[in-house]
Write a new protein. Structure first.
Length: 455
């Protein structure tokens, strides 16, 4: 089905044709009619499924150009995501110049933002929580008039501690505002907030009870206690990415990975992390989204919401402490119905995290390098040892332990007990070997007799 069924205004339909949007995605099909009718919603869907346009299209369609005031506020946890959504707004509003819009994020000159707001209150506002709160409190941004409020990547806003800013802004906005929350994950910790502000909301779950997009293959590469750099170099040499995003847990680790790539004669590398100054972060984001880099090294500020066309591979040097971020990392690939691979360098240190991801439904495929070639393999699971409480060894061991329990504790008793237990184990092993030798000799004698009698 096409977008025409939603009854959008002409400028929306023209914009959709311009950006080559032909059919709505599953989440768009479910959400657009609800927001268009001013329903409050809480929507959960995988990254790369079109969440942003699910709320932008109906909201921009419902803007009243005769009301020269703030009518829609879209809040995001990061500057990068705010800039991306603002770019999406501009794509649509290229076909309607009467709707005013603005983006307010940290790292920009607040004085210029205040001067701009003194001249006109934009109908559509996109921004980060702290900057929006600051502009509201100094009287520059009059958000109380808004009809629509969207909080995108809401769980990340909660994780980053912006809940107080959101709470304040919501308490100042008119009570009839239409509220929409979007996220790929919805932890139980968010329920008190949802009850407070959205007790009449419609819950839309488009995740299909899977933690990630079906187009993504999650792959483990066992490092076998080798250095990460060695395995990483082999992996980079084995894949042929269109664009690969490489994630690390800390900003100081970015330089290490960039140096690894330089050793492979890969010098044109994009970097995205909190250590960049605001102007550099903004410039780097634009260059990355313009596909200027084949290799991108980033921290988890790039894991949420950013839509980078053509990411074919994701590599996690290690897993994040908050495993939900792995879901978002992997979600940078496999977008827009394309397939993608998400690799994790697997070792004994992150085995528990791997097990936890499996528990929530992430299905991993195992790979290893054989003669420097990446080969899919199966990991053999160790059979649990059979425990027989009535075996001679167990009975003898219990007697030794019981003997020392009855006696008074004397210096060196642990050493003596350990020596006795060790002697029991040695005796059992010797008896077992003798028994096996006896069986082998008996079998040989039996075979010899058969050969003699047959002759």
């Amino acid at each position: 089905m096409s977008f025409e069924k939603f009854g959008f205004k002409k400028f929306i339909n023209d914009a959709l044709k311009s950006i080559n949007f032909l059919e709505p995605t599953s989440i768009q099909d479910k959400v657009i009619p609800k927001i268009k009718k001013y329903n409050n919603i809480v929507a959960q869907a995988h990254t790369g499924t079109g969440k942003t346009h699910a709320f932008l299209l109906p909201i921009l369609n419902n803007i009243d150009i005769l009301e020269k005031k703030v009518q829609a506020v879209i809040i995001t946890p990061t500057r990068e995501l705010a800039r991306q959504i603002y770019a999406n707004v501009n794509e649509i509003l290229n076909f309607n110049s009467e709707i005013t819009k603005a983006c307010f994020i940290g790292g920009q000159d607040i004085t210029k933002q205040q001067e701009s707001l003194s001249k006109v209150q934009p109908m559509v506002v996109v921004g980060t929580p702290s900057r929006l709160k600051e502009l509201y409190e100094n009287g520059s941004l009059k958000i109380t008039t808004t009809k629509f409020l969207v909080i995108d990547e809401f769980d990340m806003i909660f994780d980053l501690g912006f809940i107080e800013e959101i709470d304040l802004l919501l308490s100042r906005i008119n009570e009839n505002v239409n509220i929409s929350l979007f996220s790929a994950t919805l932890p139980n910790e968010l329920k008190p907030f949802l009850v407070k502000y959205l007790n009449n909301a419609l819950f839309i779950d488009d995740s299909k009870n899977k933690p990630s997009n079906k187009n993504i293959e999650h792959a483990l590469i066992w490092t076998k206690n080798r250095e990460n750099q060695t395995v990483f170099n082999n992996l980079i040499s084995s894949i042929n990415p269109f664009i690969v995003m490489i994630f690390v847990n800390r900003k100081d680790q970015v330089k290490n990975v960039v140096s690894w790539l330089k050793e492979l004669d890969i010098t044109n590398v994009g970097e995205l992390h909190a250590g960049l100054d605001p102007r550099m972060r903004s410039s780097m984001q634009k260059r990355i989204q313009n596909n200027e880099f084949k290799y991108i090294v980033a921290t988890d500020i790039a894991a949420r919401g950013l839509d980078i066309n053509g990411v074919s591979h994701v590599i996690s040097i290690d897993l994040p402490n908050d495993l939900s971020y792995y879901i978002h990392r992997s979600g940078r690939t496999g977008r827009n119905n394309f397939n993608g691979q998400s690799f994790v360098l697997h070792n004994s240190d992150n085995q528990n995290s791997i097990d936890d991801l499996r528990k929530i439904g992430v299905e991993f495929v195992n790979y290893k390098f054989i003669e420097n070639k990446l080969v899919e393999t199966t990991i053999k699971t160790k059979k649990p040892k059979f425990y027989n409480p009535n075996s001679p060894g167990e009975i003898a061991s219990k007697k030794v332990v019981a003997k020392y329990k009855k006696d008074k504790v004397k210096p060196g008793y642990k050493k003596k007990r350990k020596a006795e237990l060790a002697e029991i184990k040695r005796k059992i092993r010797r008896d077992h070997i003798k028994e096996n030798i006896s069986k082998i000799k008996k079998a040989k004698y039996q075979k010899r007799r058969e050969e003699i009698f047959e002759d």
